[in-house]
Design a protein around this ligand. Structure first.
Ligand SMILES: [Zn+2]
Length: 170
């Protein structure tokens, strides 16, 4: 596989509507699908991307609406766990070409948790993630917009302003 094909494949097929998770006649629902249905209900999300064994959902917190930072909580759902991931930026090709990716924040192992407890735990993890995302934000001293740390060259200058006002060239 060449690099171009690999880059194209970053965007998996996206489905809208939880009913798309449920399979046709004659097949039962998989554990990964049950797990996805539960968390999508709790987070009130109806879009997902998937392969057979992994379902990915994106949650944009209403508490983090600032456009400059566009943070999302990413949840990878498998048969055994929810993996909560937070947005980051990978600078490909050196200092330019930012690509939004994610990093592992917390894992919630689903063994031995009843569904009532699980709903509460999902909400707890969501709150932890939102607090962490807020703590990751910094204000640029030039444009006054908020950015995640990865989008700044230091604690108070964003990449855009670094090129415009500073001596940094990207
Ligand atoms: Zn700035």
């Amino acid at each position: 596989m060449d690099e171009e094909t690999l880059i194209e494949s970053r965007n998996a097929k996206r489905y809208k509507g939880v009913s798309k998770l449920l399979v046709q006649d004659g097949f039962g629902v998989l554990t990964v699908e049950k797990n996805a249905l539960l968390i999508m209900k709790v987070l009130k999300i109806d879009e997902f991307e998937r392969t057979r064994d992994v379902i990915q959902i994106l949650y944009e917190s209403p508490l983090l609406e600032d456009e400059a930072c566009k943070q999302e909580l990413i949840v990878l759902v498998t048969a055994e766990e929810y993996q909560f991931r937070l947005t980051t930026t990978e600078w490909t090709k050196g200092g330019y070409e930012p690509v939004t990716t994610s990093y592992l924040f917390k894992r919630l192992i689903l063994k031995n948790i009843n569904s009532g407890e699980l709903e509460q735990k999902i909400i707890d993890y969501l709150n932890l993630a939102v607090n962490k995302m807020k703590a990751n934000l910094r204000v640029c001293k030039y444009c006054k917009r908020k950015f995640i740390i990865e989008d700044m060259i230091n604690n108070n200058v964003c990449h855009g302003c670094a090129s415009e006002y500073g001596r940094v060239i990207f």
